[in-house]
Write a protein that binds this ligand. Structure first.
Ligand code: NAP
Length: 284
């Protein structure tokens, strides 16, 4: 019998999370199995509840949740962390005896990767967050807490950006951070940090905003990774920015989830290096 975890989403076959958590388990001496759970678009709750009942392989103790179920995942939980409640979305669930607990580690993962991985301090910066889906919802609160001077949330559907901004008014005030919503065509220019949290890279296209959003030498980070991030990284490079993919964030958010489940914090740099080699086609 081995403790069971999964990443639940649609699609999940591309997910690198099983590799990352296997590495964390080996490194920390934890005994667990982490797999993939493909959920039908209209059957997330049923599929997850079946997994949570456990099996002959062992008890199910938690899961990660990926697109498009992060909002629904929070609603299925009886308790949540403050950051998941603020986001209105969860990427990490822990199945406690008293009920399901929701957390959102995406934002902590992103901040760690930008500040430690890329070496860019966010305080006082101008930040453009592109997108207003589950990933953007998860990272907005932690981005505000890092106290930039300005944060613009730009989205194809303006109403979704506005709703996200309204939910974060209190957090912006606490900064204080100037926070506003915009459409993709009127988000302003000369940002120090651009985070693409849309699904455009998944669709094979580059950034959905004008290059004028980039200040010279800006950090342009796409949450996508692997070959699908290439058009965005080329766009950043071609317009004088420093491109970065979402692999560092992926490993850091996973480490925070692992800590929530197992009570130990794994080391991330060596796992990120292995993952980069694996995705480049080399041996892990
Ligand atoms: P989601 O909830 O489905 O949201 C999709 C977002 O993309 C929405 O803002 C949507 O705008 C926008 N969008 C879709 N197609 C577009 C287009 N053609 N032009 C402009 N905007 C478009 O997805 P999500 O969960 O937020 O995930 C977004 C991306 O982040 C995915 O690629 C996911 O793999 C990645 N991600 C990476 C990590 C990591 O650790 N690296 C973590 C989380 C997510 P509308 O609102 O107008 O539809």
């Amino acid at each position: 019998m081995t403790d069971q975890y999964v990443v639940a989403g649609h699609p999940v076959e591309h997910s690198q999370s099983p590799f990352i958590h296997a590495e964390f388990a080996r490194q920390t001496g934890q005994s667990l199995h982490y797999g993939r759970l493909l959920c039908p678009l209209d059957g997330f709750e049923t599929t997850l509840r079946e997994f949570a009942r456990g099996s002959s392989a062992g008890p199910a103790l938690g899961c990660n949740v990926t697109t498009p179920f992060k909002f629904e995942a929070l609603r299925l939980c009886s308790t949540s962390s403050a950051r998941a409640a603020l986001a209105g979305a969860a990427n990490t669930l822990r199945f406690d005896a008293s009920g399901w607990y929701a957390d959102n580690t995406d934002g902590a993962g992103l901040i760690c990767d930008i500040e430690k991985g890329a070496g860019v301090a966010l305080a006082g910066r101008r930040i453009l967050l592109v997108g207003a889906g589950g990933a953007a919802a998860g990272v907005l609160g932690p981005l505000l807490a890092s106290r930039p001077a300005l944060l613009v949330v730009a989205n194809r559907s303006l109403a979704k950006a506005q709703a996200l901004v309204e939910r974060h008014r209190g957090a912006a005030k606490a900064g204080p951070v100037l926070l506003r919503a915009a459409g993709l065509g009127d988000c302003g220019g000369a940002f120090d940090v651009i985070v693409n949290a849309t699904a455009t890279s998944l669709q094979g296209t580059a950034a959905p905003v004008d290059p004028a959003v980039l200040a010279p030498g800006a950090l342009a980070l796409d949450l996508m990774y692997g070959p699908l991030a290439a058009p965005f990284l080329a766009w950043a490079r071609d317009h004088g920015a420093v491109g970065r993919d979402g692999l560092g964030m992926l490993v850091e958010q996973a480490a925070a989830a692992f800590h929530l489940w197992r009570g130990v914090r794994p080391e991330t740099a060596s796992v990120l290096a292995k993952l980069r080699r694996r995705l480049a086609g080399g041996a892990a």
